[in-house]
Design a protein around this ligand. Sequence first.
Ligand code: SF4
Length: 269
Amino acid sequence: MIEIKEHPLDKYLRADRIPHIWCPGCGLGSILNCFLHALKECKIDLDNLAIVSGIGCTGRVAGYLNVDSYHTTHGRAIPFATGLKLANPKIKVVVFSGDGDLFAIGGNHFIHAARRNVDITVICVNNYNYGMTGGQLGPTTPIGAKTTTTPYGNFEHPFNLCKVAAASGAVYVARWTALHVRRLKESMKEALMKKGFSFVEVIASCPTTYGRYNKMPTGLDTMKYYKENSIIMHSIDPNKTDIDDRIIVGKFVDIEKPTFDEMLKKVGK
Ligand code: SF4
């Protein structure tokens, strides 16, 4: 008789939704794995946790998690999460979404939630393009990179997401790649336990719609690139973390500031 053993992370996933839709070599699997381990090690009460995603490949995360999870409309994960947090301040609210969703159509929501220091955690998987819809240019596509809408190379200045987060008022800002799994998990734990608007950017491989146009046709090629070109620089000024030939990673901001809720109670008496 075959003995069926339970995987230690089984309770975090909706098994009926597996297998997932992600391509072989995509960074999303290892990033989700880090997140599940972070939840486990923080001993977060799953009954008091809500995950919100917008649209895109990363947006699928919400549907795979066995907690209260919401797959919202394009760019609207953060206002949805803000509403959840205001309605029930006791729950932990995490936004898990992609660079296009959070920083293109969702950009204004991002900067204002950070400015208000709403007590939520935002994890942004940045793969430099719109993967799900065919690999178009996005707000983080590096200069010179080829996408389906920039076949001769991107000439638009990209956003530096950590710089945007820090300048907008986030109290915790960190960046890792999908290669730095242990450090990423630790950052996710810190962000989850931080009071206020915490932000973790994860640079991730998208071999299908980004890598194969940019000399990294497999996930392994991208991991080798991260290994050779990432530099850990904790506490460096976020203004100096633009992504060029090097990817500066580390924890850049970890400060204290009253949250939106605390300000409301203090000033709104
Ligand atoms: S298109 Fe890119 S981001 Fe989307 S699942 Fe495939 S590899 Fe991952």
